[in-house]
Design a protein around this ligand. Structure first.
Ligand code: ZN
Ligand code: ZN
Length: 128
């Protein structure tokens, strides 16, 4: 269905083929987005300025607490990737940041490799 409409940017009449389209061309659409961005830029600037005036010590405070902030952020990133698993060798529950890790410790990892490792598989293969 074709609808006659007026471009929201340049005001020219055009045929609306897409129900969502408000502009006669991509150029007008881009121009409108830019126009809106420019208008909001002033608003954002004014808001940021007002906010700084209302919180004069915020930046000073932040400067002082950056190391803590960074550490917390780092912990959060790593913490969000933490896995809780049960060690198949000793049965201990452990947490790890590595998705590949299956055992609680190097010792258990070695036992596991010996038990289920590549060498074992090879032996089984030859035994068949
Ligand atoms: Zn237009
Ligand atoms: Zn273990």
């Amino acid at each position: 269905m074709e609808i006659r409409a007026y471009c929201k940017m340049c005001g020219k009449p055009y045929i609306k083929r897409n129900g969502k389209s408000l502009f006669c061309s991509d150029a007008c659409k881009k121009a409108r987005i830019k126009q809106r961005y420019e208008a909001e830029k002033e608003e954002r600037k004014a808001y940021a300025k007002r906010w700084r005036e209302e919180h004069p010590d915020y930046y000073e405070q932040r400067k002082k607490t950056v190391p803590n902030y960074e550490r917390d952020r780092w912990r959060k990133i790593r913490g969000s990737q933490e896995y809780t698993r049960e060690c198949p060798i000793c049965g201990e529950t452990f947490t790890t940041w590595y998705p590949q890790k299956q055992t609680c410790s190097d010792a258990c990892s070695r036992i596991r490799q010996k038990r289920y490792g590549v060498n074992q598989k090879k032996k089984d293969y030859h035994a068949e």
